[in-house]
Design a protein around this ligand. Structure first.
Ligand SMILES: NC(=O)c1ccc[n+]([C@@H]2O[C@H](COP(=O)([O-])OP(=O)(O)OC[C@H]3O[C@@H](n4cnc5c(N)ncnc54)[C@H](O)[C@@H]3O)[C@@H](O)[C@H]2O)c1
Length: 354
């Protein structure tokens, strides 16, 4: 199998904790280029991961490098679209971190361009590939839950706002928690039933907690440089009548014990949810058995590393000319929903799609 030559752009947290560690484990991948406007970040990663990669500070030069087959975009969100388009137009396959884009129009442009140039595109919506959601999806597909009519998807972090980088700037991040945890929660719920056919969205956002700076897991932030939402709730109805409720918060006094993204699913035959202590590995089923409401917890013994799953499926898709695990069309719909949540919150109206 040919070695794929990868260039990574934006050498911050996600590049150095997910992309580069998963890529270096593959025999059929060579990271040949790193790019960051802060050159020392790229140099540090180059040294730490012993890559011997070429260092760029201008993404356009990396995208134009003919020695590169695949580009991973790990920059702040507003740069996802311009960098992805540039890389695709230079004939590269592109893994773009989530959210795919800050607007649906940009996301559509990215999907269309990938099709036009005949290159693959994916986005980093890896939370769905934890063992518990995968088991829940298997049960839904087998009909074990009956008719699924309601999914609740949550990530309520008590005190975990990413105080580094640009996360609290609307201009530089495109939004707040909805652009951060939001894509995972929205995607997880839609992916569970393979239903991305949205009928309407009613959303509410809050920026109530920005002055309550005490006790954040990821360090202090500056409330005066903070113009994004810290919490968002949304009711999403699907064209088949199913409803999704999404709750996402960086900092809230509503304690959810799960540290990550969790979902609960209600079906006519049974309901399932993700429970502790593992959350990502344990599924609880609730149903009537012999006239009695019964619960059963199944723990999946072989945990999957969601980050490696995402990257491995992506590289396999290129090598075998298959579909990536996260389809770009799905990631684009996630952006469409986020955009509608903002619009609904701003106008105090339900956004209805044709
Ligand atoms: N899939 C996930 O679970 C997940 C988790 C965290 C972050 N992310 C996404 O990854 C992206 C980056 O997040 P992060 O937490 O790593 O942020 P970060 O601030 O740690 O890293 C971003 C890097 O991009 C660099 N950068 C900024 N402008 C650039 C430019 N023009 N050219 C090249 N480099 C540039 C910055 O210097 C920084 O090093 C965001 O889109 C975020 O939503 C995804």
């Amino acid at each position: 199998m040919a070695t794929l030559r990868v260039g990574v752009i934006g050498i911050g947290v996600i590049a150095t904790t997910k992309h580069i560690p998963a890529l270096v484990k593959r025999d059929d991948v060579e990271i040949v280029a790193l790019c960051d406007i802060e050159k020392e970040k790229a140099e540090k990663a180059n040294k730490e991961f012993k890559l011997g990669a070429k260092i760029y500070t201008d993404y356009k030069e990396l995208c134009a490098d003919e020695n590169i087959d695949v580009v991973h975009v790990c920059t702040p969100n507003p740069l996802h679209c311009p960098i992805t388009l540039d890389a695709l137009n230079h004939g590269k396959h592109v893994h773009c971190e989530k959210p795919l884009a800050c607007t649906y129009a940009d996301a559509e442009k990215m999907v269309e361009t990938a099709k036009k140039v005949g290159k693959k595109l994916t986005s980093g919506l890896q939370w769905r590939y934890n063992p518990a959601p995968m088991e829940m999806k298997r049960m839904i597909q087998n009909g074990e839950l009956g008719d699924v009519y309601y999914i609740k998807s949550q990530q309520l972090r008590p005190r975990r706002l990413p105080a580094y980088g640009v996360y609290t700037s609307k201009e530089l991040n495109g939004g707040g928690v909805l652009m951060d945890g939001g894509p995972h929660s929205i995607d997880l719920a839609m992916w569970l039933t393979d239903n991305y056919d949205v009928a309407s969205v009613r959303g509410v956002t809050f920026d109530k907690m920005k002055y309550f700076t005490e006790g954040n897991d990821l360090g202090p932030w500056d409330p005066d440089n903070f113009d994004v939402e810290d919490t968002a709730m949304a009711m999403i109805t699907m064209k088949n009548g199913m409803m999704i409720y999404v709750e996402t918060a960086w900092i809230t006094n509503m304690l959810q014990e799960a540290p990550g993204v969790v979902a609960s699913v209600a079906g006519t035959k049974a309901g399932v949810d993700m429970v502790g202590p593992g959350f990502e590995t344990s599924v609880r089923t609730t149903k009537m058995v012999d006239g009695k409401l019964t619960t059963e917890i199944k723990t999946i013994e072989e945990p999957v590393n969601m980050n490696e799953y995402d990257i491995n499926h992506w590289i396999d898709a290129i090598q075998n000319d298959g579909d990536p695990a996260v389809l770009p069309e799905q990631a684009a719909i996630v952006t469409k929903v986020i955009e509608a949540i903002y619009e609904s919150a701003r106008t105090n109206k339900t956004i209805v799609f044709d």
